[in-house]
Design a protein around this ligand. Sequence first.
Ligand code: NI
Length: 227
Amino acid sequence: MNVLTTRRFTFSAAHRYWRPEWSDERNQATFGKCTNLYGHGHNYELFVTVAGPVDPLTGMVMNVTDLKRLVNTVLDEFDHKHLNEDTPYFRDLVPTTENIVQVLWRLIGPQLPEGVQLHRLRLYENADLYAEYSGALTSFSRRYEFVAAHRLHSPGLSDAENRAIYGKCNNANGHGHNYQLEVSIGGAVDPASGMVIDLVAMDAQVAAVLAEFDHKHLDRQVADFQA
Ligand code: NI
C-alpha cells in the first residue's frame, strides 16, 4: 500500500515575465507589473509529496533527511537567484509559477530512490497563489476574499426547528464572515505566456462575480439566496 508524505521547502528568487517577440503593449496587457525590467521577487514555498510503501525498517516512505538534501540541492540553483538571468531553465520559458513547478518536477523526480515516486509538487508564489503539478495536469489556483452577512434559516422548518439546527447562525438579523474563495483552473500551460489561464482576465471575471456578494447581506440582497 502506498502512503503519501509531504515536506515543505522555501526559497527566494527574482524573476521577470517578458516575451521578447511581443510588443511592449502585449507584454504589459498579459503580465502587468511583472514586466518590470530588472525583475521583482518572491518568497516561494514548495510542498513536495512523494508516494511509496512504508519501509518496515525506518517507518518512512523515504528517509526525510535524504529528501531534504535532494530537494535543497536542486533549490540551491534557484535560491537567492534571478531565475531568468542566473539559471539555465528560463531562457525561452517565462518563469511563471506553472513553469517553475514543471521545471522542478523534471529536476526532482528522476533523483528519487527506487520505489519512491514524485506524487505532487505545489509551489506557492505567495499565500494567495499557487501552481500544482502531478505529471499530467497543471493547475493554477488563486484565493480571493469577500465579506458578507447571512442568516441560516429554512422557511420549510418551524422557528424552533431552525433555532435547534442552526443555533446562533439563525439570529434574525444575521451575522457576517470574511469568506475566502479559492479558484483552481486545470489545463495545459500556454507555451508563450507560461500560464494555464490569462490571470488578468480571470481576476476581472471573479471580481465581477464577487462584487455581487461583497459587503452584502446574502439572503436579503443576493438573488441566488432569495427563497
Ligand atoms: Ni512575480
